[in-house]
Design a protein around this ligand. Structure first.
Ligand code: NAP
Length: 276
C-alpha cells in the first residue's frame, strides 16, 4: 500500500477559487474584502505570519490593514483598537496576532472581537457554538486538519482518534470537530500516563504538542494516519511534532513544512469570506 503524503497546497488550492470568487463578487458590489491584522510588539513569528497573510489576501483580490502597536501597549488600548475595527464597515474580519505580550490577557482581547468579524474563533460565543456542534467555524488550524483529512478521503466515522494536546486553539477544538464526524476521540496531554499504549491503538493521530519529533515510530501502529500540527524551529529548520521516520509506518501523513500550516492560512481567508 502506498503512503499518501497529505500535502497542504492541493487542499489550499481547492479552497482558493471559491474564496477568490467571493472576494471578486463583493468587489463588484463595491466592497473590498479587508482583513485587519493587529500585531502588538515585535514577536518575529507573528510578523512572519502577518506577512504571509497579507500576501495571501492580496493574491486573492482582497486587502489587509495592518495595525502595529508598541510592545508596551495596554490591554485597554488594544481592546479599544479592536472595538473601533468592529464598528468600521470597511473591515470585514479582525485577527489579533497571538500570543500577545505577557502583560495583556489574550482571552480578553479575543473576546473583544465582534463574533461576525472573528476570523480565528477567538470570541467565546463562537467557541461555544463550535463546541455545541452548531458551527463549523472553529479556529483556522483545527479547520485545516479537518479540511486536509476530508480532501484526502480519510474516513473518520467510528475511528479511534488520539489528539495529543489540549490547547484552546488546536487540541480542544479539533477534538470537537472530529467528534462531529463521529470519530471516537481521546484527548491526551502532559499528565496522560499511558500515552504510548494509547497511541498504539489509534487509527488517526493528531499531534499538537509543540515538541519536535515527539511521536516516534515505535509508538504507532502500521497503517496509522498522522496529522502533524507541530511547527518547531530546530537548527534553523522547521520540524513537526512527529518524527519523519513515522511516515514509514503510516498510511497517510501531513508533511512539515508544507502540510497543515499552508492550509491554516487559507482557512483564515475562507472564514473571512463566510458572510460576504
Ligand atoms: P500549546 O498551547 O503549547 O499546547 C501543547 C499541548 O501539548 C498541551 O496541551 C500540553 O499538555 C501538551 N503536551 C506537552 N507535553 C506533552 C507530553 N509530554 N505528552 C503529552 N502532551 C504534552 O501548543 P498549541 O498552541 O496547541 O500548538 C501545538 C503545536 O502546533 C506547536 O508546535 C505550534 O507551533 C503548532 N501550531 C501550528 C499551527 C499550524 O497552523 N500548523 C497553528 C497553531 C499551532 P498540558 O495541557 O498538560 O500542558
Amino acid at each position: 500500500m502506498e503512503t499518501i503524503i497529505m500535502r497542504g497546497k492541493p487542499v489550499a488550492d481547492a479552497y482558493r477559487q471559491g474564496v477568490a470568487a467571493k472576494i471578486a463578487a463583493a468587489k463588484q458590489r463595491g466592497l473590498l474584502v479587508t482583513i485587519a491584522i493587529i500585531v502588538v510588539g515585535d514577536d518575529p513569528a507573528s510578523h512572519v505570519y502577518k506577512d504571509r497573510l497579507v500576501k495571501l489576501i492580496e493574491s486573492l483580490g482582497g486587502a489587509a490593514k495592518v495595525i502595529r502597536l508598541p510592545q508596551d501597549s495596554t490591554e485597554e488600548y488594544v481592546i479599544g483598537v479592536i472595538k473601533k475595527l468592529n464598528r468600521n464597515r470597511y473591515v470585514t474580519g479582525i485577527l489579533p496576532m497571538m500570543p500577545m505580550p505577557e502583560h495583556i490577557n489574550s482571552e480578553n482581547v479575543g473576546a473583544a472581537v465582534s463574533p461576525n468579524k472573528d476570523v480565528d474563533c477567538l470570541n467565546p460565543q463562537n467557541v461555544g457554538n463550535v463546541f455545541m456542534g452548531r458551527s463549523p467555524w472553529a479556529a483556522c488550524t483545527p479547520r485545516a486538519c479537518m479540511a486536509t483529512l476530508e480532501h484526502y478521503g480519510i474516513e473518520l466515522e467510528g475511528k479511534s482518534v488520539i489528539v495529543i494536546g489540549r490547547s484552546n486553539v488546536v487540541g480542544k477544538p479539533v477534538a470537537m470537530l472530529l467528534l462531529k464526524k463521529n470519530a471516537t476521540v481521546t484527548i491526551c496531554h502532559s499528565r496522560t500516563r499511558n500515552l504510548p499504549e494509547l497511541l498504539q491503538q489509534a487509527d488517526v493521530i493528531v499531534a499538537a504538542v509543540g515538541k519536535p519529533c515527539f511521536v516516534k515510530p515505535e509508538m504507532v501502529k502500521e497503517g496509522v494516519v498522522i496529522v502533524d500540527v507541530g511547527i518547531n524551529a530546530v537548527d534553523g529548520k522547521l520540524v513537526g511534532d512527529v518524527d519523519p521516520a513515522v511516515a514509514n509506518k503510516a498510511a497517510a501523513f501531513t508533511p512539515v513544512p508544507g502540510g497543515i500550516g499552508v492550509v491554516s492560512n487559507m482557512m483564515v481567508m475562507d472564514c473571512l469570506t463566510r458572510n460576504v
